[in-house]
Design a protein around this ligand. Structure first.
Ligand code: KIV
Ligand code: ZN
Length: 498
């Protein structure tokens, strides 16, 4: 068995399914190019039949990247497969990922079917996909809770039908590492033809065991790990790319190698976190803010004497350069460009000019500019194309007085103004915006997060607004949290007030 582990990244499919994490096509291309530079083998670019946006993203990503295989998800439905094949037509190497639920609960409640019929549908889907592409991956959804004997029958049947990769998802994150390893080993030992295909793991993190299960599956014989950057994904997320890659890199005795250029890990993590507005928890392994921070005196002393006393990974190996220059108001455009490059962001000259202007304005308010700030500033050139923009905001608030806000909006070039009062400055600002927009809408969720250190830091605001029974997500970051709140509200409104 080869010791090469293929990395299949599903940040743009399973990761992007998370409410509030949706990206536009330009942003998805940016992530796909970063994944290519990182060295992933397969990019799952979307589920083309699910929406025209997803279809288009698969088309554009196929055109934009060269080396990784581009994969498109389908159900075991002919039309899904036809649409996926169409979306993949520009891919240099295209793969269709089709499948069906195989656990008793999926068979009974999702499909109202029986085991034999599910095998027939799985085989039919793989055979149909083979008409369009050579590389067909089959997933047995909820394989984690599927009994091994039946799972082996399904997998043997789809291999006979031409599947090149067989994916064994622990869809609900239910398995224990020993159980998941035994499942993979059972397939290795009992399925005819399994040595001719690649076995894939696809583990969810509901019990916090996604990485452990993936590692166990690989050690038991799987050779493709399905992962996302920062472990983002439905519910508690998917297996995180950085954890699996660095675990195998740290444990060389296991003899498993990937094609990942680990020095790009940190940049990819920041890019995904910022574009998807999904903060990375500070204690997240490998890429969290505290992953390499030693605060206790004993640890600091040990690390200063010899890093390896308390660190198993050199931060530079994952692209964290602690000696990197801190940017300030005196930093030039070249320093900003260099930092953006390290973070995996390449801007056109015009975008760089705009980002640099924003950087200088920002640096007036904040002494030291962090990577998070830079990513946020670089992301603003995407926001500047919005139809409704905040022109100005003035708020009076304090203890013992009523909060009042005046707001100016630029709507497709036309200027509008309004005032409102509220039970606090954010409420007043949001009411003033509502007085201009005049549509029925309700704020469903509102979250302010201070990012890290001092009181001069950036606050990030996530907001969910309901309009006509549909929920829209908005985000902004600003050193002024009232402005961030109004901007996030406007960001959400932009998604329905076309
Ligand atoms: O978790 C899962 O089962 C999936 C499949 C569609 C591969 O995401
Ligand atoms: Zn999944």
């Amino acid at each position: 068995m080869s010791d090469r582990l293929y990395i299949f990244d599903t940040t743009l499919r399973d990761g992007e399914q998370v409410p509030g994490c949706q990206l536009n096509t330009v942003e998805k291309i940016e992530v796909a190019k970063t994944l290519e530079a990182l060295g992933v083998d397969v990019i799952e670019a979307g589920f083309p039949v699910s929406s025209p946006g997803d279809f288009n993203s698969v088309v554009e990503i196929s055109k934009a990247v060269t080396w990784p295989t581009i994969c498109a998800l389908t159900r075991a439905v002919e039309n899904d497969i036809r649409v996926a094949a169409e979306a993949l037509k520009y891919a240099k190497r295209g793969r269709i990922h089709t499948g069906i639920g195989t656990s008793d609960s999926h068979i009974k409640y999702k499909f109202n079917s029986n085991r034999e019929e599910i095998i027939e549908r799985a085989v039919a889907a793989v055979s149909f996909a083979k008409r369009f592409v050579e590389d067909v991956q089959f997933y047995a959804e909820d394989a984690g809770r599927t009994d091994n004997e039946y799972l082996a029958r399904v997998i043997e049947a789809v291999i006979k039908a031409g599947a090149t990769v067989v994916n064994i998802p622990d869809t609900t994150g239910y398995c224990l590492p020993s159980e998941f390893a035994a499942k993979i080993k059972y397939l290795v030992d009992h399925v005819d033809g399994i040595d001719k295909v690649t076995i894939a793991t696809h583990c969810h993190n509901d019990l916090g065991m996604a990485t452990a299960n993936t590692m166990s599956g690989i050690i038991a014989g799987a050779r493709q790990a399905e992962v996302t950057i920062n472990g983002i994904g439905e519910r508690a997320g998917n297996t995180s790319l950085e954890e699996v890659v660095m675990a195998f890199k740290s444990h060389r005795e296991l003899g498993i190698e990937t094609n990942i250029n680990t020095q790009h890990i940190y940049g990819a993590s920041r890019l995904v976190s910022n574009l998807m507005n999904m903060p990375v928890q500070p204690n997240k392994a490998i890429v969290g803010r505290n992953a390499f921070a030693h605060s206790s005196g004993i640890h600091q002393d040990g690390v200063l004497k010899n890093r390896e006393s308390y660190e198993i990974i050199d931060p530079k190996d994952v692209g964290i350069d602690e000696n990197s220059i801190v940017l300030t108001a005196r930093s030039g455009r070249a320093a900003l460009k260099h930092r953006l490059h390290i973070l995996g962001i390449e801007l056109t000259k015009e975008q760089l000019d705009k980002t640099y202007e924003a950087f200088l304005r920002f640096a007036d308010k904040k002494k030291e500019i962090t990577d998070d700030d830079i990513m946020m500033l670089a992301g603003k050139h995407h926001a500047s194309t919005r139809r409704i923009k905040l022109d100005y905001l003035q708020v009076t608030s304090g203890v013992g007085v009523h909060s009042v806000a005046s707001v100016g909006l630029d709507i497709a070039g036309e200027k509008f103004e309004a005032c409102a009062s509220g039970n606090g400055p954010v409420d007043a600002a949001i009411s003033a915006v509502k007085n201009i927009i005049r549509r029925t809408m309700t704020v469903k969720e509102f979250l302010i997060q201070a990012i890290s250190r001092g009181s001069n830091d950036v606050g990030k605001v996530h907001i969910t607004v309901e309009h006509d029974g549909v929920q829209y997500y908005g985000f902004s970051a600003n050193t002024d949290i009232i402005a961030a709140s109004a901007e996030a509200f406007i960001d959400a409104i932009n998604k329905f007030a076309k």
